[in-house]
Design a protein around this ligand. Structure first.
Ligand code: FES
Ligand SMILES: [Fe+2]
Length: 377
């Protein structure tokens, strides 16, 4: 799991003036909305005696701990009130929790889980068609007991479709079947492919006849660690674009929002059959991805046999190596070794400038890596 990316934390509609607990990257967070409607995401561990802030109360723009009533400001996580000190008591400088940048887009709340200053943060994947009236969007949410990287590699995998999703066009049994040479397309924060293949008619009654000439174009591209888009072009005119936002809950679980736009059959009555079909496809992936051995993607490609159709997965792994070299990969062995003995926090941007934090930053692989220009100068 990697810090320093935007991760989907919740749906906008879930965030109110009641605190919401969210686990991401193996750490605990609290989300709430302040009096101005702004969403805040803080480290959930009260630095007084470790109580869960998500089980406290929102008081105006602050969150109040349920144990001794300390109040932390949503905007910067600084403690604004310690009732036991009395009205004029001096609040210790170390009485603060990490507060993470947030933004609301596409009906979701995203938190930047890391310490990079704004100018250096990897961008979020855009949904270009979101405001286009010719497109209609539906959103599904699901959780799997799966490794996040295994799940991302599945989204990117150009050779599984015909075996895992036979309704999309099973040709795998044909003698002349192969996956064509794939152009691996790269951008600054991701990798992907687009490829053409023959597919049969879509099975749902109302979706028949959408294809042109039996030729379908499809492919996926990643953004950072947890975002990807799969583009399904059933014909030159009928397109579905599936944007997925995957958040590792912990080492063993993911949550994912699947935001699909379509530019055909955009009347509302088609939402239910579209969602039904998408859920069936998601379940097909789940049956495979939740049973892989080892549970996590192996540390080295030599522990698998890679063939040409796996090239894009190889490139995705190389991207991750780059993020690891930046010092963004969480060192799970160290975190697990200290389980129950030590609480950590994902470092927030304020740690770059402020000292004196009660919780240590979560351990990372390559802790000494230079991750900012400023640090390099
Ligand atoms: S543990 Fe939070 S106020 Fe004491
Ligand atoms: Fe799939």
């Amino acid at each position: 799991m990697y810090m320093n990316f935007w991760y989907a934390a919740a749906e906008s509609a879930e965030i109110t003036d009641k605190p919401l607990h969210a686990k991401m990257l193996g750490q605990d967070f609290v989300l709430f909305r302040d009096t101005k409607g702004k969403v805040h995401c803080l480290s959930n561990v009260c630095v007084h005696r470790g109580a869960s802030l998500a089980h406290g109360k929102v008081k105006g723009d602050n969150i109040e701990c349920p144990y001794h009533g300390w109040q932390y400001q949503g905007g910067d996580g600084v403690c604004a009130k310690i009732p036991s000190l009395g009205k004029d008591g001096k609040i210790p400088a170390r009485a603060k929790v990490d507060s993470y940048p947030t933004q609301e887009r596409y009906g979701l709340v995203f938190a930047f889980l890391g310490d990079l200053p704004e100018a250096e943060r990897p961008p979020m994947m855009d949904i270009e068609e979101w405001n286009d009236p010719k497109w209609r969007f539906t959103t599904l949410r699901y959780e799997w007991r799966a490794d996040w990287q295994r799940a991302m590699e599945n989204s990117l995998d150009p050779a599984h479709t015909e075996f895992v999703h036979p309704s999309m066009g099973y040709q795998g049994g044909r003698e002349d079947y192969d996956v064509p040479e794939l152009d691996v397309v790269e951008h600054a924060w991701g990798v992907g492919t687009m490829t053409k293949f023959v597919s049969p008619d879509l099975p749902h009654e109302k979706m028949k006849g959408l294809k042109g000439e039996g030729q379908m174009e499809a492919g996926s591209t990643t953004w950072g660690t947890g975002q990807s888009v799969t583009k399904l072009h059933f014909s030159p005119f009928a397109w579905a674009h599936q944007y997925t936002y995957t958040t590792p809950i912990d080492q063993h679980h993911i949550k994912r929002w699947f935001v699909q736009g379509r530019n055909f059959r955009i009347d509302e009555t088609m939402d239910a059959p579209v969602n039904e079909r998408n859920l069936a496809v998601v379940d097909q992936d789940k049956q495979v991805v939740t049973r892989l051995e080892p549970f996590m993607t192996p540390a080295s490609n030599t522990e698998e046999v890679m063939v040409k159709a796996d090239a894009v997965i190889g490139r995705f792994r190389e991207k991750l190596k780059g993020y690891e070299a930046n010092g963004w990969r969480i060192d799970l062995d160290k975190v697990n070794a200290l389980k129950d003995k030590k609480a950590f926090a994902i470092p927030s941007p304020a740690r770059r400038t402020n000292k004196g934090w009660a919780l240590d930053s979560v351990p990372v692989v390559n802790p000494g890596a230079v991750t900012t220009q400023a640090a390099a100068e």
